[in-house]
Design a protein around this ligand. Structure first.
Ligand code: HEM
Length: 404
């Protein structure tokens, strides 16, 4: 019996088309593969776009937020207060979904940081020789995180190296862009890169894009080892240095961590150098200060080792919360009040909230009392670190934008 399929001219045409398609697919795959191999071999700096850094590091990519609404997104309410308070490293495992946390101040902060860079240049952004590969690796980790977490806002083509930010309407060629400038333009968070210096055996600050310093200039810290960077920090040499050095030497790639640092400010200063006249002004006790102006500032920090360069990235974002908002956060006012009243003098002098105390402490105590009256906190509650640390009971109900 004749073969009907082959003898039909139109079906023969289909078969020819199938074969052609198969050939095109195979040739494209072969071309792409050989191109990737050539790129890998010829220029180590061009390898990055095709590497899956999250797979390489063993840290999962973040859960995607396809319905993310930037205009409505609030930062999570970090309240990293502990009682009893001891100056320890107080590290916990990074919640990997939250490495970078975009929220409604995005446009404002990106612009603010770019203006700060235009004014202060290398006090905000620098990359010392030898740190270029780590900066580039960090940029690609950030790109991969953004595209996975916010898939409707960021797009990346690993073959062409083109990145698109649909929030800002901008496009970048990652083959040519300067990595730290890319971060400055797209992520309103600070990144500091430390690399081990084989000569000293210590980790030194080699690169940074950081626009949130209060009371010090990054210029003074550039190139220095961690213990010199932390020189002004109370109890650092005695209590933190030995564990920090050990920690940095051993930190595994697949165990990033997070921690919080806090302070109180009048207003919302993001960046103030100690020699700026505004710095002295902002430390002055003002009898007319209104509690509405006082804010809790939390710098939520993360640390991770990059899988290729083995650099460690210290990263943080500053969040401000008007103190008056704490009145509805169960247990938080009483906890903060206890921490402030019980602080050692050296911590108090370093963190510098004395000029606000005359308004801050009475307000916190009044909120704490009111919470007992409202039944939010049981009478006689003995102040201690909350089980929900660094948050507080019930916080999630207010953060339902992240319904996923
Ligand atoms: C690459 C990693 C890090 C860098 C580059 C870095 C950098 C800095 C800088 C520039 C300051 C301000 C110092 C000043 O006032 O002059 C600071 C403060 C401080 N750092 Fe670090 N840091 C890093 C990691 C850590 C870690 C892992 C800890 C954990 C113990 C830590 C604990 C502190 C503390 C306690 C302060 C004082 C402010 C506060 O109360 O949080 N740092 N750090």
């Amino acid at each position: 019996m004749p073969d009907i399929v082959v003898s039909s001219p139109s079906l023969r045409g289909y078969m020819a088309a199938d074969v052609l398609w198969a050939l095109i697919i195979i040739l494209t795959a072969l071309f792409t593969f050989s191109w990737m191999q050539t790129v890998k071999k010829s220029d180590p700096d061009k390898r990055s776009p095709t590497i899956d850094y999250f797979e390489l590091s063993g840290v999962p990519l973040p859960k995607s937020l396809p319905n993310f609404d930037l205009a409505k997104a609030k930062p999570r309410p970090y309240r990293p207060f502990r009682w009893p308070f001891h100056q320890t490293m107080s590290l916990s495992s990074l919640e990997s979904d939250w490495w970078i946390e975009l929220e409604s101040t995005y446009h404002y902060r990106v612009n603010q940081r770019k203006e700060l860079y235009a004014k202060h240049r290398d006090a905000i952004l620098f990359c010392l020789p030898g740190a270029e590969a780590a900066c580039r690796e960090l940029m690609f980790m950030v790109v991969q995180f953004l595209c996975a977490r916010y898939p409707t806002h960021f797009f990346f083509n690993p073959l062409s190296g083109m990145f698109r930010n649909d929030i800002l309407g901008s496009t970048y060629d990652t083959n040519t862009v300067e990595s730290l400038h890319f971060l400055l333009d797209n992520v309103p968070e600070d990144f500091l890169i430390v690399l081990k210096d084989e000569a000293t055996g210590f980790y030194h600050l080699k690169a940074a894009v950081s626009a949130s310093a209060i009371g010090f200039s990054l210029k003074e810290k550039r190139g220095k080892p961690l213990h010199e960077i932390h020189d002004p920090v109370p109890d650092y040499a005695e209590k933190l240095k030995p564990s920090m050095d050990r920690f940095f030497n051993r930190m595994p790639i697949d165990k990033p961590i997070q921690r919080g640092s806090w302070s109180f400010e009048a207003g919302q200063p993001l960046y103030l150098m100690a020699d700026d006249p505004a710095f002295a002004l902002h430390k002055r006790m003002d009898p007319n200060l209104d509690i509405d102006e006082v804010c809790l500032r939390v710098d939520w920090q993360t640390l991770r080792r990059l899988p290729e360069s083995k650099a460690i990235v210290f990263h943080f974002k500053a969040f401000f919360t008007p103190v008056i908002q704490l009145k509805d956060e169960p247990y938080v006012p009483a906890l903060i009040s206890k921490v402030l009243k019980g602080a050692k003098e050296n911590i108090k002098a370093y963190k510098g909230w004395s000029h606000l105390e005359h308004k801050l402490l009475p307000a916190l105590d009044a909120y704490a009392e009111d919470q007992v009256d409202r039944g939010l906190v049981p009478e006689g509650w003995e102040v201690r670190t909350l089980d929900e640390h660094p948050f507080y009971p019930g916080w999630k109900s207010k953060w339902d934008w992240d319904s996923e």
